[in-house]
Design a binder for this molecule. Structure first.
Ligand SMILES: *Cc1c(COP(=O)(O)O)cnc(C)c1O
Length: 377
């Protein structure tokens, strides 16, 4: 199997040192006490990325596990939950709430813009009896980055606990869990941190622990029960055997993160990328609130999206993301995310994209690649 050059909106390319870390000899993570310290230290380092001193846990399962676990652990029969929705992941949170007996109430935002704070404020003035709210920081299918700081601030004003999906923003955008008072903040290994898929990590605030401890009904299920993780370190007990190789890989990926100014790198690559896209005459999907981790580009008239991605893969060995749901066939998504947020990655994807668009008859107003290089200079 030939591995394509990944510029998808996650999973992202995995560096050699991360792959090698996963090849280390394995201990028994249940019995080896050193592993408990290793795991705990990694949790603390992840906490530094998302600026929290609260508890962090790494669970064995892809990002979706974290989303479901948060809803499973918080929701009781009949609980009203505010679902802040201006995208596919935003809306999807409501399904998890329903699965665990909750009643999602949707605050619908315009999908081409970040959540409008005064609209949310007006909504909350009329209705604010919610146990918790779900928010997506970067809704990856549309690339919209929501104003998380402001959203959390207003939710906290009404005493509403916050569950935040920051899976595709953590590491590439600022996330300040303690300052913004996020109760559960969710991330995953395969996005900006550029480790392979398989792990989800999350912060859990004191309020979040209390919500779980004060439930009237027990949490349904085991794998999605966050409460069983509370005293793993003191008890030297993991709910299930930890995937030690995945965690070794994530540890190296996190060290890579701290070896440079990763957020700054994402800012520079993303802004140069967007500028060259727009100045070439292409259009970005959202009107504002761009995430520095992904660019979502509208397919120009006369361009066949399927053929475009097929040619990128077959002729350039380059894999980018298409879209699903309401955006299917209408946009392409390029993840300048993690290892994708490098000058050479940006150059290669723009060069290949330009060639394939021109072959299908698109005439760029400015060369995508030349412009990208000039902006970076
Ligand atoms: C990637 C991602 C997840 C994890 O889900 P998968 O689609 O299974 O990778 C969750 N939330 C957001 C916003 C994501 O970008």
């Amino acid at each position: 199997m030939k591995t394509p050059f990944l510029m998808t909106a996650g999973p992202t390319r995995v560096r050699e040192n991360v792959r090698l870390a996963r090849a280390k000899e394995c201990s028994n993570p249940d019995l080896d006490l050193n592993f408990y310290d290793f795991y705990r230290n990694l949790c603390i380092k992840i906490g530094k990325i998302i600026e929290t001193k609260q508890d962090v846990r790494i669970l064995s399962g892809e990002g979706i596990l974290g989303l479901e676990a948060a809803c499973a652990s918080f929701t009781e029969q009949g609980d009203r939950v505010l679902v802040v929705d201006n995208g596919i992941f935003g809306e999807g949170f409501g399904d998890f709430v329903k699965m665990y007996g909750g009643k999602p109430v949707y605050f619908k935002g315009d999908r081409e813009h970040g959540i409008n704070i005064s609209d949310l404020e007006n909504f909350l003035i009329k209705d604010n009896e919610f146990k918790y709210a779900t928010i997506v920081h970067c809704d990856t299918p549309s690339g919209v980055l929501n104003p998380l700081r402001e959203i959390c601030k207003i939710l906290k004003k009404y005493g509403i606990a916050t569950v935040v999906d920051a899976v595709s923003s953590i590491g590439g955008e600022e996330v300040k869990v303690d300052e913004w008072e996020i109760d559960v903040c969710l991330g995953a290994s395969q996005k900006v941190l550029s480790a392979p898929p398989g792990l989800t990590f999350l912060s859990i605030s004191d309020t979040a622990w209390k919500i779980m401890e004060n439930r009237e009904s027990p949490i349904a299920g085991f794998y999605c029960n966050l409460l069983i993780w509370k005293d793993y370190y003191e008890k030297k007990w993991f709910p299930y055997t930890m995937p030690i190789s995945d965690i070794e890989g994530l540890n190296t990926a996190v060290d890579n993160y701290f070896s440079e100014n990763t957020i700054k790198r994402h800012q520079i690559i993303a802004s140069s990328f967007r500028k060259s896209i727009v100045e070439a005459g292409l259009e970005l999907y959202t009107k504002d609130s761009y995430s520095n981790t992904v660019s979502v580009i509208k397919i120009p008239d006369g361009i066949d999206e399927k053929k475009l991605r097929k040619n990128l893969l077959e002729k350039h060995n380059l894999m980018i993301s298409g879209a699903f749901g309401y955006l299917e066939g209408k946009v392409i998504r390029i993840g300048h995310m993690g290892e994708g947020a490098r000058e050479y990655s940006g150059f290669y994807v723009l060069k290949s994209l330009e060639k394939e668009l021109m072959d299908q008859g698109f005439k760029p107003k400015k060369s995508l690649t030349e412009n990208f290089i000039n902006i970076l200079k």
